[in-house]
Design a protein around this ligand. Structure first.
Ligand code: ATP
Length: 139
């Protein structure tokens, strides 16, 4: 039985192990395949496949953001587990690198060369945009 006085515990697990753990979380906002959703304390159990998106973890007046590259969110008994192939804390994101990746992908898509792997270029662009959005950097 969940303790109704205890805010949520959030854990993000990637193939490198647990890369983020936090107690006392009030709300987690993520983007599922069918759109944005939020989980709050005492939410009914929920499981959702995630898009490449910015994960927002809110506690008190603060918010931490992470770029999450797909994966799965599971919430039960005030414990949120996110299993993701790759996740980056906003602080770890290199804005110049993300801008360069965005530019490369945009140039590839615009040039439309015969051997262009469109899906790959679009995915690279999406990763770069989500990194920049997570960092709240100017595109
Ligand atoms: P790039 O073309 O710059 O390598 P990418 O989107 O192709 O970008 P990924 O394949 O998603 O890169 O990631 C490869 C590794 O590089 C991962 O460990 C990822 O965390 C790291 N990485 C990629 N871009 C950045 C960035 N802008 N800031 C910090 N780490 C990054």
């Amino acid at each position: 039985m969940a303790d109704t006085l205890t805010p949520m515990h959030v854990e993000i697990i990637s193939p490198d192990g647990a890369i983020y753990k936090k107690d006392g979380v009030d709300m987690v906002i993520a983007r599922a395949l069918d759109g944005d959703f939020a989980v709050m304390k005492n939410h009914v159990p929920i499981a959702a496949a995630l898009q490449v998106c910015t994960l927002r973890i809110q506690f008190g007046d603060e918010e931490e953001r992470m770029a999450v590259f797909g994966g799965f969110l599971d919430m039960k008994d005030n414990k949120v587990h996110i299993l993701a192939p790759l996740a980056e804390l906003a602080d770890d994101i290199d804005v110049a690198r993300a801008r360069a990746a965005k530019k490369r992908a945009e140039e590839r898509l615009a040039a439309k060369k015969a051997d262009l792997d469109v899906e790959r270029a679009k995915a690279a662009l999406k990763r770069a945009l989500v990194r920049l959005a997570t960092k709240e950097a100017k595109f």
